[in-house]
Design a protein around this ligand. Structure first.
Ligand SMILES: Cc1cc2nc3c(=O)[nH]c(=O)nc-3n(C[C@H](O)[C@H](O)[C@H](O)COP(=O)(O)O)c2cc1C
Length: 348
């Protein structure tokens, strides 16, 4: 078995593959699904500091975890050192194995208030935020997730790495795109190599890992310690099974099909409905997962069109049944549907 170099302070995941923080997706049920498939470490979706400090139930729910949901990084986002210090402490109390500061989110709702990737345009504030969180969080590691800089021509990784080192960060995650790039174009993995050399400590690489081969290539090409997977894991938790197997030198495991697939999707939904405590709300919110689960299958286009009808568990079962029947009746060798990320709504 290969030795895992991913270490975040005392946190030693079983493999180097990390579920990304994905706002609106990586809640407790999705994390459990990905862990059971093989993810070594999971991040929560970003926990909005202001809302948490004001007692928002939704913000608190984002930190909810169970004994199985570890090791867990709780990610916090907010504009001021004081607020993030307070929220970082709350994350620690909520059971985080590490607290991560979001300095990479390019969404205007986040950056307009000076948080997320806006911190990369105000490096003194970036340093103040990291210092405040590091000081406030007493018992667990503190990490930071960044992009390369505000724009492609304003790359601030050198300063970011120095500040992360000087403020005692236990790891840096780099989504290898600039803030201005959003989610367009390709992630520039050479920037992961660069930040590893500049920071020296634990680096998690991130951006465009869609297959086991991509994950191993990122490890080998960049020298990063961990590989973070975001969009590729939505509706495909089995990507973690494939990553883990490839990393251990085992043959690629088959992706579940037919009944096994049906049961897996339904088990995710049932956890989600229990988590939200409302089956109808869960059915509505689960549609975005469903689209991704069925992508590439015959009948997926039809299912997308009939999504508004998925308002209950029973309707979800019917929709899934229809897709699987269409799949079973599809002519052999029918070309799979094009797979892009058009149906994933990025934070805007
Ligand atoms: C729907 C969505 C939500 C996201 N939410 C967060 C978030 O809460 N915190 C964060 O740091 N990054 C967030 N990101 C960025 C991802 O963590 C990741 O950096 C990005 O998707 C690139 O990785 P990928 O190519 O594997 O998807 C989000 C991305 C998407 C698509």
């Amino acid at each position: 078995m290969p030795s895992n170099t991913l270490a975040i302070g005392p946190v030693r995941p079983a493999n180097p593959f990390v579920l990304a923080p994905l706002d609106g997706y990586t809640d407790l049920p999705m994390r459990l699904v990905c862990r059971r498939a093989g993810a070594g470490l999971c991040f929560t979706e970003m926990v909005p500091g202001m809302a948490l400090a004001m007692g928002s139930r939704n913000a608190r729910l984002r930190m909810k975890n169970t004994p199985e949901d570890h090791p867990l990084v709780i990610q916090v986002v907010g504009p001021s050192p004081d607020l993030l210090a307070r929220v970082g402490r709350m994350a620690e109390e909520a059971g985080a194995d590490a607290v991560d500061v979001n300095a990479g989110c390019p969404s205007r709702t986040v950056t307009n208030g000076g948080a997320g990737a806006a911190l990369l345009s105000d490096l003194p504030m970036f340093a103040n935020v990291l210092t405040a969180v590091r000081t406030a969080v007493k018992r667990v590691p503190v990490t930071v997730k960044v992009r390369t800089g505000p724009t492609a021509s304003r790359n601030v990784l050198e300063e970011v790495a120095r500040i992360a080192r000087d403020t005692g960060m236990d790891a840096v995650t780099l989504h290898a795109r600039s803030k201005a790039q959003g989610y367009s174009g390709k992630a520039d993995w050479s920037q992961i190599t660069r930040v590893k050399a500049l920071f020296g400590g634990t680096v998690i690489g991130n951006g465009d890992v869609l297959s086991a081969a991509d994950g191993l290539r990122m490890l080998a090409e960049t020298g990063c310690d961990g590989v973070m997977v975001g969009r590729g894991a939505i509706g495909d938790p089995w990507l973690f099974t494939a990553l883990d197997a490839a990393w251990r030198g085992l043959p690629p495991p088959p992706r579940p099909t037919g009944d096994a697939f049906f049961r897996a999707v339904l088990a995710h939904f049932d956890m989600f409905a229990e988590y939200l405590g409302d089956e109808e709300v869960a059915a509505r919110l689960f549609r975005k997962h469903l689209c991704r689960y069925v992508r590439g299958l015959s009948g997926a286009v039809r299912l997308r069109r009939s999504l508004p009808e998925v308002t209950t568990r029973r309707a979800l079962v019917r929709a899934l049944d229809e897709v699987l029947t269409a799949q079973a009746n599809a002519p052999a060798g029918a070309p799979p549907e094009a797979d892009d990320f058009a149906d994933i709504e990025v934070p805007a």
